[in-house]
Write a protein that binds this ligand. Sequence first.
Ligand SMILES: *Cc1c(COP(=O)(O)O)cnc(C)c1O
Length: 424
Amino acid sequence: MQGTANSVKQARLLDESDDLSQFRSSFYIPKHQGQEVIYLCGNSLGLQPKAVASVIDEELDNWKTNGVEGHFNGVRPWMYYHKSFTSYWKDLIGAGEKEVVVMNNLTVNLHLLMLSFYRPAASRYKIIMEGHAFPSDQYAVESQVRLKGYQPDEAIIEVFPRSGEHYLRTEDIEDQIAKAGDELALVLFSGVQYYSGQFFDLPAIVDAGHQVGAYVGFDLAHAAGNVPLSLHDWGVDFATWCSYKYLNSGPGSVSGIYIHEQHATDRSFPRLAGWWGHNEQERFKMEKGFDPIPTAEGWQLSNAPVFSMAPHLASLKLFQEAGMANLRSKSLRLTSFLEEQLMGVKGYNTVFSIITPLDPKARGCQLSLLFHERGKSAFDWLSQHGVVADWREPDVIRVAPVPLYNSFEDVYRFAELLDQALSQ
Ligand SMILES: *Cc1c(COP(=O)(O)O)cnc(C)c1O
């Protein structure tokens, strides 16, 4: 690898001048043969904040000492537990207090939101999405389409990269939306594409969708906590995300939904109903007649799963302390540093290439490396040498240095190890 001695020095200097470096010590870093791993898999499962155990303990304690009264007693009474999150969304995703609630899991929420926003009528029944979307999203969309009596291949339009390209051009997305015109009921894209790492031009997609009269929603699984979002200002109709990737809230932890205020406050907006979405003052009267809370909370079905929400709270506090703008600023530097280091690795652009957009505005922290040969063996070698990254069939290694706990030295060491792996 070229310029090795300089690079490690440079990495350490960058870490020393990094205002966010102290956040690493708020997380448990897994070990490999007694040494901290190079964890580049926060896009798949974020690391555990050290504060998690104590917030869960708080709820165990509330349950132990108060039993059912824990709904109204304790530090955070369970009846209102979901409200503990309202202050975080402005900075994280650009949403107002009425627009977000934390509930269920991601795919479940995708279905609930599609029941609200995918209501095909005679000539307007199509959904447009990116080709090769995350499988759960593909299954969700196909099943919704069938549920409404359509065949997936007549109702679903997929946008694919041009031949020889690896990510989408915004103009191609816009063109296909315009072409679908008034047949289009819904535009459903991811925010950051899980495979390519492309951060789509969300405001452009919203504008294109609204121009033809379609609703526009996003799956932000790889975007929330990774890239700056202004959902309300962009006019996004709805969105949902999971909390266990960049948001570090633990495996299978709760999901969030966003519904634009214009729809969230509309009590007649179609939805599936449950008692937790019902008027809070009247909830325990147990009477007939659903009276939805006039915010995103009106989409809640069940009482809050506090043991999965507690880690989420611990994690969001760290995001608030760090600030999303600061995190993005470090993230841009960290990922550019990764890109530079990869350019010095033997086999760059012959054995492997970066398929994520090189324009920093069009990506989050993840870079996806497409291997033309020896990908799996390099990946296995890296795993045996303390790198935790992610292998995606058939030939991609995804690496995601996250600004909350990864260092420039992590990035440097990863590139050095990849160089060694490819020299084997
Ligand atoms: C991670 C991810 C999922 C996972 O769905 P769950 O319901 O949380 O299991 C779905 N969609 C996308 C785009 C993802 O990245």
